[in-house]
Design a protein. Sequence first.
Length: 272
Amino acid sequence: MSASPESVTRDDIIAANRKSWDEAAERHRSHDQYAELLAGFATPGYSVLDATLTERLTGLGVEGKAVAQLCCNNARELLSVKTLGAARMTGFDFSEAFLAQARELASVGKIEAEFVQTEIAKIPAGYDGRFDIALVTIGVLGWMPDLAEFFRTARRVLKPGGHLVIYESHPLLNMYDDRNLTVPAYPDESYFRSEPYRAEGGLDYWANQEYEATACYWTFHKMSDVIMSLLRSGFALEDFEELPHNVGTHDHLENQPQQLPLSYILVGQKEG
């Protein structure tokens, strides 16, 4: 990874990231993990949700509710919410190639869901105020160059009193390489870095392999950035917990002598 050029714009970042994700889709489809998802969703009651997320969603009363997933990728989490009794599910993502996988998984599982190809900030106004819960999972916020814009979008698609549920890798992990067991991997970088990283090794995190790909950009957001952007966007903070377990690609950092926070769950409620 390297620092991004000073001239890179928000639109440059979004366009490059979309292309890089589309390139990665076929690689993901070829892996055993995707075959496991196809077999799993063909089995009634299959879910990839862990106990932490299941507990939070159940506690919010997801049964009978309308649920959106922002940056749904192949929608494995959204489709799993069906097992909790969600009535209506919609996934939004800018990668049409990954949405094709989402539709395939839904078809295999005979799960009714809608998938919309769109940049998150440009979700059509027709979806405003239609959802009880908006779900954000592992590895989304770093792809968002503008957190305030992202949270404003989450707020507008929710009904009054609706909830935003974020289950994410902890931003401290920006200091640690998920392809290298060295701790820390980036000793010369700061948790407080403001410039995005530019990476050219591709997005095949399932195989943990690099390949020639369109450059993509990852933006650092401190934990305080996330919380304050949430509050300033018109959410009340209902729940926040830092957690010791890995939810992404940093298994090697679990059970360290001095345990790092590896993930967190944050629940905000739309005010007004």
